[in-house]
Ligand binder design. Structure first.
Ligand code: S3P
Length: 450
């Protein structure tokens, strides 16, 4: 293995005839980001249990520290303690150096909203993937609220921002994006007047669920949120549930292999995050949900078992379902390789501006394994069922693609290699070990190449 390949990691995958067992997945990425950010402007102390210790959410903690926020942890057990800097304590401090959001769009976009009300100048950047992603969708509403933002090529990082007193706005953006909604709400809660966000379709609703836990009064319905600022957040105690977007790789792997049974415990059952379970059940998988939330849960959670059926039905996903499945679409496209008929993903051009162009990169990655999927301008067409030999595929540095390709490789006829696997630690450290344990039930393996 070359030096660069060794650094970027590589999985060797042997196909399986089935998966079995019980697993836990890492804590939810979206909830972890938000808990730390809200804690950063709250009065008093916020204690977060089971904070996700992965590259994206560690980038959020490092970024917040650059704004003078005191943070203890994570301590290896997932406990993080955030001492907030609300306006009454002088607010966020001006960072002395550029803030690096790494690979994390959520870190950068939510931070922009969080810091917009603070009279400080700061510069933000990220890795090559983040520097390619569009930031105009947050620059526009935040500029209308009164923040000044200068960006490379108008809407790319690196960017510079000077915040200050904000005006509330009513925002109806063209894309259904939880990141945009959250950026506007985090700015709006610190702005004078009524801020309202209307989404073209409902996106994940963690921000509007979590702000009230910090004492914020708001009104929300399907696709809209309204709050009157300024309001001071009060620190609180939260425990983060398992991430359903991480669990999705295990659930899909189970659904693809008849007779498999995989149980994931302690995962968020937030209805804006578990649409993937509805799709799997429409495809014919058996899905059992056992709700069980601990007292400091910010959202409903529980244990979910997926059983693989003899035959999988194809799906068509478009319109309002897309934002509810946005992170699960690549692995659902993989599931469609085993379905009896044509599956379609449409109206999902947002996939092109994620950590990679997930439409092209997935089509290329699956082709490298010998499977054919057709890239559409706004989605994918997958003919099933397909048998494919396996091969050597590349993650393109995208964590969800690396994991989707590993799930695909388990269903190949022969062994495969997934290059660039280390990026899985962006959201799911330990992914290969977890999937390996489950896949051994049917003779499959997924191992780090030495
Ligand atoms: C996220 C929202 C989604 C999702 C991302 C996390 C969030 O992005 O893809 O992984 O935590 O708000 P968009 O809201 O931009 O679609």
């Amino acid at each position: 293995m070359g030096e660069i390949e060794a650094e970027q990691g590589m999985w060797q995958v042997r196909p399986t005839t089935g998966l079995g067992g019980e697993a836990r997945v890492p804590p939810d990425k979206s909830i972890s980001h938000r808990a730390a950010m809200m804690g950063a402007i709250a009065e008093g102390t916020t204690v977060i249990d089971r904070y996700l210790e992965a590259a994206d959410t560690l980038a959020t903690l490092e970024s917040l520290r650059a704004f003078g926020v005191e943070i203890d942890g994570p301590d290896g057990q997932g406990r993080v303690v955030v001492r907030g800097r609300p306006a009454s304590r002088g607010g966020l401090a001006e960072p002395e150096r550029p803030v690096d959001a790494g690979n994390s769009g959520t870190t950068l976009r939510l931070l922009m909203g969080l810091a917009a009300a603070h009279p400080i100048f700061w510069v933000a950047t990220g890795d090559a993937s983040l520097r390619r992603r569009p930031m105009g969708r947050v620059i526009e509403p935040l500029s209308r609220m009164g923040a000044r933002i200068w960006a490379r090529q108008g809407d790319r990082a690196p960017l510079a921002m000077r915040g200050g007193p904000l005006r509330a706005i009513a925002w109806r953006g063209p894309v259904a994006s939880a990141q945009v909604k959250s950026a506007v709400l985090l700015a709006g809660v610190q702005a004078r007047g009524v801020t309202r966000v209307d989404e073209p379709a409902l996106s994940r609703d963690h921000t509007e669920r979590m702000l009230p836990l910090f004492g914020v009064r708001l009104f929300a319905g399907p696709g809209w949120v309204e709050l009157e600022g300024p309001q001071t957040l009060q620190g609180c105690h939260l425990t983060v549930p398992g991430d359903p977007s991480s669990a999705a790789f295990l659930w899909v792997a189970a659904a693809m292999h008849p007779g498999s049974r995989v149980r994931v415990s302690g995962v968020s059952l937030n209805p804006t995050r578990v649409e993937v379970l509805r799709v799997l059940s429409e495809m014919g998988a058996q899905v059992q949900v056992e709700p069980a939330s601990p007292p400091s849960a910010p959202e409903p959670w529980g244990d979910v078992t997926v059983v693989g059926p003899e035959r999988l039905r194809p799906f068509r996903i478009a319109g309002r379902r897309v934002p509810l499945l946005i992170d699960e679409l690549p692995v659902l496209a993989v599931a469609a390789l085993r379905a009896q008929g044509t599956s379609l993903i449409q109206e999902a051009s947002e996939l092109r501006v994620k950590e990679s162009d997930r439409i092209e990169a997935l089509a290329r990655g699956l082709a490298a394994l010998g499977a054919q999927v057709e890239a559409l301008p706004d989605g994918l067409r997958i003919e099933g069922p397909q048998r494919f030999p396996g091969g050597v595929a590349d993650s393109c540095g995208d964590h969800r693609l690396a994991m989707s390709l590993a799930v695909a490789a388990l269903a190949g006829d022969g062994p495969s290699v997934v290059k660039g696997s280390r990026c899985a630690r962006i959201s799911f450290p330990g992914f290969a070990e977890v999937l390996d344990l489950l896949a051994r039930a049917g003779g499959g393996r997924i191992e780090e190449a030495a």
